[in-house]
Write a protein that binds this ligand. Structure first.
Ligand code: ADP
Ligand code: MG
Length: 346
């Protein structure tokens, strides 16, 4: 039996927001199911924080509406929305201990002392900060501070958790472990979450669905796989992964067939360096002569730049210890899997 999913737990209709003459967005529409983990992914300045602030009630939209669990909250005061928010800058109270920081929202809600103590202990345990309750923010690492901010939001039992680039100020290793922790907690609590990042790898690994944003619009939404495998347009192909983008003439010269659309994308891992002992699927192109121009070691992958006629192609090859690195100048033949060519909307 499948569980009924409320697909419009959060509903945004025709949402618009301007600052003076600057229109940040004008007609945003989307629905989020209860318990979903959504990532807003997009370049700096595209309106991610403004959208989050409208959802949180820290900003009033100029047009449109926003509802949570069937209730219109467009003009409801922030503190009545039951929404938790975590910022990149942590925004902890420097003169308060860890436990007082975490208790802050609960005191605002005027819960009784025993309940506050119980929830703070629960929050501390959830983010694994046991033993740090009496410390002050300046005694904590960046990752620990962000866990305090996360606990402070979680203990209020929000209906929605909003996270605005919570990991961007942390170094890579902490960032990875904290994002796994956030995802695990979110799943455990089945908490509807909107997470903002400009980092596509982060978005890919953590989300149920990604909303890819550009210049105030959601240009594509879908699972990581959908967005990665089928970029909707040129922006998506450039922003997600390191797609090769070829115009129609280049495609025609490479594979001898002209595509319908003016721009075609192909992923670096969908191009193969032909090996004489291997056979390739029927959907493959004929062998295309090419020369290695450079390579870059990305750990388990080698990223080659090949020149095929007048076309430069980025190609990712698994870095197997048995294979030799191909030096610049090496002549090869490339095979394109034609089913992996993505014709883009203009
Ligand atoms: P993002 O979070 O995606 O980087 P923001 O939502 O912060 O983008 O900003 C979107 C646009 O709105 C930017 O051009 C930014 O300069 C502008 N903006 C954001 N906040 C304000 C504000 N309070 N006053 C005026 N302009 C703002
Ligand atoms: Mg922002």
């Amino acid at each position: 039996m499948t569980e009924a999913v409320n697909t419009d737990y959060v509903s945004v209709r025709g949402l618009g927001k301007s600052y003076g003459s600057l229109r940040v967005f004008s007609d945003l529409n989307f629905d989020i199911a209860k318990g979903e983990f959504i990532t807003l992914l997009g370049p700096s300045g595209c309106g991610k924080s403004t959208l989050l602030r409208c959802l949180a009630g820290l900003e009033t939209p100029d047009q449109g509406s926003l509802s949570v669990d069937g209730e219109d909250v467009t003009y409801l005061a922030a503190q009545k929305r039951e929404i938790g928010m975590v910022f990149q800058s942590y925004a902890l109270f420097p003169n308060m201990s860890v436990e007082d920081n975490i208790a802050f929202g609960l005191k605002m809600q005027k819960l009784d002392k025993a309940e506050i103590a119980r929830r703070v202990a629960e929050g501390v345990a959830l983010v694994e900060l046991e033993g740090n309750e009496k410390k002050y923010p300046h005694q904590l690492s960046g990752g620990q501070k962000q866990r305090v901010a996360l606990a402070r939001a979680l203990v209020t039992k929000p209906r929605i958790l909003l996270l605005d680039e919570p990991l961007s100020a942390l170094d890579a290793r902490i960032r990875r472990s904290l994002r796994e922790q956030i995802r695990a907690i979110q799943k455990e609590l089945r908490l509807t979450t909107i997470f903002v990042t400009h980092d596509q790898e982060e978005a890919m690994t953590i989300s149920d669905r990604i909303f890819l944003m550009n210049k105030g619009s959601i240009v594509q939404s879908g699972t990581s796989e959908e967005v990665y495998l089928n970029p909707a347009n040129e922006f998506a192909a450039r922003f997600i992964g390191a797609y090769n983008l070829l115009d129609a003439d280049q495609v025609e010269r490479l594979i001898g067939r002209r595509p319908k659309s003016a721009l075609v994308a192909i992923r670096p891992e969908s191009v193969f360096v032909r090996h004489p002992d291997l056979t390739y699927p029927e959907t493959s192109s004929r062998p295309i002569p090419a020369v290695v121009r450079s390579h870059q070691l990305l750990g388990n992958v080698i990223r080659y730049a090949f020149e095929a006629g007048d076309v430069m192609l980025t190609v990712d090859v698994m870095n197997r210890s048995s294979d030799r690195l191909m030096k610049p100048g090496t002549e090869v033949e490339l095979i394109l899997n034609l089913t992996e060519l993505r014709e883009l909307e203009a």
